[in-house]
Each structure stands twice: as structure tokens, then as C-alpha cells.
Design a protein around this ligand. Structure first.
Ligand SMILES: *Cc1c(COP(=O)(O)O)cnc(C)c1O
Length: 226
């Protein structure tokens, strides 16, 4: 077995164990293999083992890999999206995790209509409030979520966040828990299911699994250091 496939299975097993510890059904949590900076051949090894969901941060790299690999891969765009790349994002990605402004949301909705696509989108949330971090501050989330519900060409599915890399585990857990509670509250206010919570990376996916994540984005632990 190739080493990336072995690593993927190790991460999946650790994720399943963390889910069970929290009395969750492991099948509720998707594992997204984040292939950014690694070549298409590394993705192909996982593809040949049956893996179909991959995450990329940048549109040019996503476009290059999508062209080199089979069409039934489900690509997720997880990095910051510049407005001039919104059309390529809609054409290539099934899920866009990084919607962080009203302007971008409206642009994606319009383009999705033109392209006859219906991507799933997540609002990226800056839960910790650090000035340096991407994402919508918590206090601005409700108005943006209300607008997202009205986007006819987008499937607004939930939220994404990144915890600060150097934070203590209890702090990371608190961040994930706060986003989960905020999601629950908004589901009630908007009368709409928001099932996707994209939380957890190589360093913290087990914490995320214990605090409501339904999708973890793992790069380093599968593909190696970048
Ligand atoms: C790169 C990246 C990941 C994966 O990070 P690892 O620590 O390598 O697992 C997850 N989410 C986002 C948004 C990223 O940019």
C-alpha cells in the first residue's frame, strides 16, 4: 500500500475513534484530503484507493489538478477566494468553504446562475476574533447567513472555521463548540438545516470530532509536511 493511502487510513481510524469517544456515529464526519502543494500523482494514489473528496486552497492549482485527474472527484475550495477567480471556483468546485463577504456571496450566486451550477457554500467564520484571521466575525454572521439563505443558485450548507494553530486544546475546543452553538441557534432563527460544519485540520481534527465537526480538512497528516 502506498504511504499516502496508509496515512489516510490512519487518520480515518483516529477520526472514527474520536467520534465514538464523543458518542457520535463516525459516518457523520467526512474526511477531506487536502492536497495543496502535492502533485496530481499523490492524489491519484488516493483516488485509486477509492477516495473522491479533495481540498485545494488556490484556483490555479485546483484547475491544474482537476484537468489531470478523473471527473468524478469532488473538489472543495478551502482557501481565500479572490473575486476575479469566482467563476473558475464555480466551474471547478462542488463545495466552497471560504465565503467571507456579502460581495463574494452575491457574485458567486450570480455566476452560479450563469454557469448553471449549484455549488454548496459555507460561510467562513473568524470565531476567535483575531485580527489576522480570515472569516466573518461572529457578530456579523447572522445578517450574512440570512442573505445566503436567499441565494437561489447556491446551496448554503453551513460554516467553516480555522482554530489558531498555537492555541491550547481547551481553547480550540471552545472555539469549535461556540461555532456549533451559533450554528444551532441560526438553524432555529432561519428555520433551515445547516448540516455542514467544516472544522479541524491535522493538528486538531480529533478535538473537532468531539465538538460537532461534520467535515475535517487534513493535509499534512496524509500527504506529509509542505
Ligand atoms: C492547508 C489547510 C488545511 C490543512 O492543513 P493541515 O494542517 O496540513 O492538515 C485545512 N484547512 C485550510 C483552510 C487550509 O488552508
Amino acid at each position: 500500500m502506498s504511504s499516502v493511502v496508509a496515512h489516510y487510513r490512519e487518520v480515518r481510524a483516529a477520526l472514527d475513534a474520536a467520534a465514538r469517544e464523543a458518542l457520535r456515529d463516525p459516518s457523520e464526519i467526512e474526511l477531506l484530503a487536502v492536497s495543496k502543494t502535492f502533485p496530481a500523482e499523490a492524489v491519484r494514489e488516493l483516488y485509486d484507493a477509492g477516495i473522491r473528496k479533495f481540498g485545494e486552497s488556490r484556483i490555479p492549482e485546483l484547475a491544474e489538478k482537476a484537468a489531470a485527474l478523473p471527473d468524478d472527484i469532488e473538489w472543495h475550495l478551502i482557501g481565500r477566494l479572490q473575486s476575479n477567480k469566482a467563476r473558475r471556483a464555480v466551474q471547478l468546485a462542488k463545495v466552497i468553504h471560504s465565503v467571507d463577504s456579502l460581495a463574494l456571496l452575491e457574485r458567486l450566486d450570480r455566476i452560479a446562475g450563469e454557469e448553471k451550477k449549484h455549488p454548496r457554500i459555507l460561510l467562513e467564520v473568524n470565531v476567535s476574533g483575531e485580527a489576522s484571521k480570515a472569516g466573518v466575525p461572529l457578530r456579523e454572521l447572522e445578517p450574512l447567513a440570512r442573505r445566503a439563505v436567499d441565494c437561489a443558485n447556491l446551496e448554503f450548507a453551513g460554516f467553516m472555521t480555522m482554530a489558531p494553530a498555537d492555541a491550547e486544546p481547551v481553547k480550540i475546543a471552545a472555539i469549535f463548540e461556540l461555532l456549533r452553538l451559533t450554528r444551532d441557534e441560526l438553524e432555529g432563527k432561519l428555520r433551515r438545516k445547516l448540516p455542514l460544519l467544516s472544522m479541524g485540520m491535522s493538528g486538531d481534527f480529533e478535538i473537532a470530532a468531539r465538538h460537532g465537526s461534520t467535515l475535517v480538512r487534513v493535509g499534512t497528516r496524509i500527504f506529509g509536511a509542505r
